[in-house]
Design a binder for this molecule. Structure first.
Ligand SMILES: Cc1cc2nc3c(=O)[nH]c(=O)nc-3n(C[C@H](O)[C@H](O)[C@H](O)COP(=O)(O)OP(=O)(O)OC[C@H]3O[C@@H](n4cnc5c(N)ncnc54)[C@H](O)[C@@H]3O)c2cc1C
Length: 480
């Protein structure tokens, strides 16, 4: 339960900043969130902000009341004078702060530090139906729920997040996480168990045993692309802290052929890996785990030199795969991810090209409006747009989608555009973070004039003390 209020969080932040001679105002400015005025004057957040509310009419149904669904519901309830908003969400704590799961798995936070109750954050003017959608019927402007039957809408917002597909890896399921040295930070209880396993791993190295830590990254889009590396860096930091680093080998096995899609961040991460003696093997996709024997099996894909092509004057390259067994003491699994089956199997998902595989919602990447159903919008992890499966992207997307929904209800063309901004606070140690901000141009897009490829303590302060209040009291309430 998130029992702290924003005053308590701000006091905690002030104590940390004081040690470094920085005021809260300066820190917010430096972090590019100077606009988060509620963190300078917490009582201001109580004030109603219903300026220039639109009096459009129309029933808005939001499926999924997590980070994206709650934020857009809050903003729409401010922007429309008599809002008719329904949120369909089965989990009473769906607003909980997922980015904190990485810190739970490293023993920095406890599970209760990230949990939030929907009733404290959903706007009072919205109706919450605690149920799941089992079918989308956009041709009839309705959804079908498990318990409440058919619910009709004028505007539909699909914000279901994504589905973790552990069972696509032979030998794995969510229930295996936390056993036999297998950790995973992608659900809160998995993160709690990962911290227990990490401590066992560190203790084993400290006892003098030579141990192997293995960290995976699958062949699908994932939420927070930096997270598999964050947990690896934190394992390294805990080993160093225990004086046991030399007894552990830590190896990253990503499916891809680089550390990051943005060349500047790729290079910075390679240098960070070298400085910490972290190993890596590209083009390895985890396909099976034998928990009893502690063996992870990867499909290694590579190109082999074939025949000489006289016309092209070069060798043909033949794609090959081979299975590689890797023994581990501690395995951190990042599972394959996709849209939830109910979305994937609906008329709303991409039916063409590589996007069809993940089943993501087919939206226009700038307006977040469905390309075939103009009264349907999607944002957050389930939206079928390039990159951007982060809370940082949601923070930019929900204002765009809210404006465009009002435009459509006012019978106008969507006027707001999302520029592809996303952010990954890449934790590089206990006390340092590299703040990787970028957009569709695949170029760093720093919010402030500092070299974005450097690890800095100020971003640790941002990550550990500022982003959580920003999320709970700014984003979820439609204020920042
Ligand atoms: C370990 C980890 C670390 C992360 N680190 C960062 C970070 O450092 N920075 C950052 O910006 N982001 C980070 N993220 C990503 C961020 O948490 C997500 O991008 C964000 O939560 C996405 O919001 P969402 O609303 O799309 O999905 P969610 O918040 O997951 O919400 C989706 C909701 O939809 C509901 N739902 C699903 N199916 C149905 C259905 N059929 N009917 C009704 N409701 C349904 C679910 O119950 C859920 O509550 C991290 C995530 C994880 C797991």
């Amino acid at each position: 339960m998130i029992h702290e209020n924003v005053d308590i969080l701000c006091n905690e932040l002030d104590k940390e900043l004081k040690k470094r001679g920085l005021s809260r105002r300066d820190a917010l400015k430096l972090a590019g969130i100077g606009t988060a005025s509620f963190m300078l004057n917490p009582t201001e957040m109580q004030a109603a902000t219903r300026a220039e509310a639109s009096d459009v009419k129309g029933k808005i149904v939001i499926v999924g009341g997590g980070a994206a669904g709650c934020s857009i519901a809050s903003l729409l309830s401010k922007k429309i004078s008599n809002p008719d908003i329904t949120i369909i969400e089965p989990n009473p704590q769906s607003v909980s702060y997922q980015p904190g799961q990485t810190l739970i798995a490293a023993g920095v936070w406890k599970k209760e530090d990230i949990m939030g109750d929907n009733v404290d954050y959903y706007p009072s003017s919205a109706k919450w139906i605690q149920d799941s959608v089992k079918e989308f019927d956009p041709d009839k402007n309705s959804v079908i729920t498990e318990k409440n039957g058919v619910i009709a809408y004028d505007i539909l917002v699909v914000a279901t997040g994504l589905q973790l597909n552990y069972e696509e890896i032979d030998g794995l399921s969510e229930s295996v996480i936390g056993t036999n040295g297998i950790g995973s930070i992608y659900f809160a209880d998995g993160a709690v168990k990962t911290w227990e396993l990490m401590q066992e791993f560190v203790a084993s190295a400290k006892s003098g045993k030579k141990v192997q830590g293995v960290f995976t990254h699958p062949n699908t889009p994932i939420k927070c692309g930096g997270a598999p590396k964050k947990i690896m860096n934190l394992t390294h930091a805990r080993l160093v802290e225990a004086g046991a680093r030399e007894n552990a080998e830590l190896t990253f096995y990503p499916n891809g052929g680089s550390m990051f899609g943005v060349p500047e961040y790729h290079e910075a991460i390679v240098n960070q890996f070298k400085a910490r003696d972290l190993k890596w093997n590209y083009k390895h996709n985890l396909v099976a785990v034998n928990p009893a024997k502690k063996i992870a099996t990867f499909e290694h894909h590579f190109l082999e030199k074939g025949e000489w092509d006289a016309d092209l004057e070069e060798f043909t390259m033949i794609p090959r795969t081979k299975l590689v067994d890797v023994a581990y003491d501690f395995l951190h699994v990042t599972p394959p991810m996709s849209a939830p089956d109910v979305v994937k199997n609906s008329p709303l998902s991409w039916k063409r090209g590589s996007a069809a595989k993940g089943g993501w919602v087919e939206v226009e990447k700038e307006t977040l409006q469905h390309t075939r159903y103009p009264n349907v919008f999607s944002l957050g992890d389930v939206a079928g747009i390039p990159m951007g499966k982060t809370g940082g992207s949601v923070r930019k997307q929900y204002t765009v989608a809210a404006q465009n929904i009002i435009d459509v209800l006012e019978k106008k063309k969507p006027s707001a555009k999302y520029g592809g901004y996303t952010v990954c606070p890449l934790i590089t140690g206990l006390g340092t973070v590299m703040l990787a901000e970028f957009d569709w141009s695949k170029k760093p897009t720093p919010s402030f004039p500092l070299d974005p490829t450097q690890e800095r303590w100020i971003w640790w302060i941002l990550k550990v003390y500022m982003l959580k209040p920003m999320y709970f009291h700014g984003m979820l309430t439609g204020r920042a």
